[in-house]
Design a protein around this ligand. Structure first.
Ligand code: SAM
Length: 278
């Protein structure tokens, strides 16, 4: 591995890097190799239990497109639960690692390298569900990119398909400060994760691993209601938002929100108060 591939490059003004293309250089080989220490597959599987599997089954989903495959955690879990899964990601390093992880568990992942903003250039089939998990959507920095990506997800869904998209609880971080014991998502024991800088347009997180290596991610701090509004505006008809996999929660408590957005057209006027977002 060359040294340039092993080093992230945010330049001198690290907090000025606020654009959607940066993920490609953030997920360098060294960081990708460590990603599984951060997420700890066994603990993550226990903590989320069958939440995603149950939601997908409730909606009769069979064909699933994982658009943020990363190292393959959800692609592999869903394959093992009997779903037909295609694994997409914009990062070749991530997809290579996911493929290797799948192979170790006896699966040949069907992978597609695709950026969400022009997903339908590379993805031509229709799916019952699109999943975008692990706080991935936060990598998009402009509203135009967020709308375009959501429209691409919408277009690759069948008429009654669902999008499951999650995000950190940035409202809590911005309004109350960061506190997380990483119980649910990024469960790795010896990895120190904390925001280094937060403002309205940037959440810069620092990840320190037991071997003292340090990596960063610059992300856009999505507010929950903003994400829900964008989903509705691109055409999703109902959006249920869970907090750490629960239907009811206090706004600042969950680490993560999980949005389940449905495409099915409803003749009835949507009563937003009946959606799950307690
Ligand atoms: C935080 S990781 C999450 C990975 C995985 N879902 C998990 O939960 O462990 C975010 C993933 O989104 C991908 N990604 C970010 N922006 C993207 C884009 N515009 N198009 C496609 N993939 C993107 C990255 O390459 C990375 O694999």
């Amino acid at each position: 591995m060359s040294s340039t591939m092993d080093k992230q490059n945010f330049g001198d003004e690290t907090i000025d890097i606020r654009h959607s293309d940066n993920y490609a250089q953030e997920y360098i080989e060294g960081f990708v190799e460590k990603w599984d220490d951060l997420i700890d597959w066994d603990r993550r599987a226990t903590s989320e239990s069958d939440f995603f599997i149950n939601v997908l089954k409730e909606h009769g989903a069979k064909r699933v497109l994982d658009v943020a495959t990363g190292t393959g955690f959800h692609s592999v879990r869903l394959l093992e639960a009997g779903f037909e899964v295609v694994s997409a990601d914009g990062s070749a390093h991530m997809l290579a690692k996911a493929f290797e992880n799948g192979l170790k568990r006896g699966h040949i992942l069907r992978t597609i390298q695709a950026d969400w903003r022009w997903l339908n250039r590379d993805v031509h089939a229709l799916y019952d569900a699109v999943i975008c998990l692990g706080n991935s959507f936060t990598h998009l920095f402009s509203e135009r990119d967020r709308r375009k990506a959501l429209a691409e997800f919408y277009a690759t869904l069948r008429h009654d398909g669902i999008l499951i998209l999650d995000q950190r609880n940035y409202d809590a971080i911005m309004d109350h400060g960061y506190s997380s014991d990483h119980e649910y998502y990024y469960c790795g024991d010896d990895v120190k994760v904390a925001p280094e800088h937060v403002d309205d347009g940037l959440a810069r997180f620092r990840y320190q691993f037991p071997d003292k290596s340090v990596y960063h991610l610059n992300m856009f701090p999505l507010r929950k209601e903003y994400t829900r509004r964008l989903m509705r505006e691109v055409g999703f008809q109902t959006i249920d938002t869970y907090g750490d996999f629960q239907e009811t929660y206090r706004e600042h408590e969950p680490d993560f929100f999980i949005h389940v957005a449905k495409k099915t057209y409803s003749d009835e006027e949507i009563d937003e108060s009946k959606e799950t977002s307690k």
